[in-house]
Design a protein around this ligand. Structure first.
Ligand SMILES: Cc1cc2nc3c(=O)[nH]c(=O)nc-3n(C[C@H](O)[C@H](O)[C@H](O)COP(=O)(O)O)c2cc1C
Length: 277
């Protein structure tokens, strides 16, 4: 009987040890996840965001490269992509040496091309198994595309857990360090307080002043961004943010609507931060 009780006590102790050990490992990956920053960058802008992430997260990194690099001008790259898309052809990548199993979270970075992730990333998604992985998308763009690229990522790798992402206009890349830090704190990858931003006020018809502010922010962009119709506003510690509803036409002359975000930091020139289509 005494022998039986001793055996039971030993068993209970062993179970306790194991469960404690397991929860410690789980805690480690929750509180201190092992992160990989994997990205493609044609002209170096997305690379700057990747470098900030690597620095702040102390993460490993991997830059994706096409076997035949996209090293032409903007116009040449557009032409090459159109040809490839017409032939439903994806670029071949240089060999990728990484084991995703070694990581809890993968930060996946790319420039926006044609409203979605750049084509080398499309190749990557067919080569590497993202099933079950936590994936945090990040991107840079001329006007926008984070939201549409996330929609496409969810379709391309439905078994991955696609998280909230981060995107920045190439013209505002100098703001990336502060924005990336805020993003990582908001999503729990860094500790620290961030100012909680208020909601935008309800949309109201634009005034003359709103239109002139919109023109100052968007007027010198390469492509016309449409006509602002209504606007919501919010006050932050840095200044005022605007959420414009904008009307324009698509290539077939059908009316379309977009949301354009503009920020005016105290005393600075208005700048648009993204177009959401
Ligand atoms: C082929 C091509 C297509 C592009 N398409 C878009 C687009 O649809 N929307 C956009 O906002 N920017 C677009 N851009 C601009 C890039 O997203 C932007 O310049 C980006 O910051 C480049 O990042 P990188 O320096 O890391 O290559 C395109 C650029 C190229 C070369």
């Amino acid at each position: 009987m005494k022998k039986g009780l001793t055996l039971l006590a030993v068993l209970l102790t062993l179970i306790g040890c194991n469960s404690q050990k397991k929860s410690q490992t789980e805690d480690d990956s929750v509180n201190n996840p092992k992160c990989l920053v994997i990205y493609y960058s044609q002209t170096g802008t997305t690379q700057k965001v990747a470098e900030e992430l690597v620095r702040m997260l102390n993460a490993d990194t991997l830059r994706i490269e096409a076997e035949q690099p996209y090293n032409g001008t903007y116009a040449e790259t557009i032409e090459r992509c159109k040809k490839e898309m017409g032939n439903e052809e994806l670029p071949k990548l240089k060999p990728i040496n990484t084991e995703l199993e070694d990581y809890d979270v993968v930060f996946l970075g790319y420039p926006i091309w044609f409203g979605t992730y750049a084509r080398p990333i499309a190749s990557l998604l067919t080569e590497v198994d993202f099933a079950g992985k936590k994936v945090v998308p990040f991107c840079t763009f001329g006007s926008g595309g984070l939201e549409t690229s996330i929609k496409d990522l969810k379709q391309a790798i439905p078994d991955a857990q696609i998280q909230t992402g981060y995107g920045i206009r190439n013209a505002r890349i100098d703001k990336a360090p502060a924005e990336v830090e805020r993003f990582l704190k908001e999503s729990g990858y860094l500790t620290g307080e961030v100012e909680k931003l208020p909601d935008f006020s309800p949309q109201q018809p634009v005034t003359k002043e709103d239109i002139s502010l919109f023109d100052m922010a968007c007027g010198d962009y390469t492509y016309p961004l449409g006509t602002p119709v209504t606007v919501g506003k919010r006050q932050t510690a840095q200044g005022t943010d605007y959420q414009f509803t904008v009307q324009s036409k698509d290539n077939n002359d059908n009316p379309i609507e977009a949301t354009i975000y503009v920020t005016v930091e105290n005393g600075a020139k208005p700048e648009f931060t993204k177009v959401v289509r």
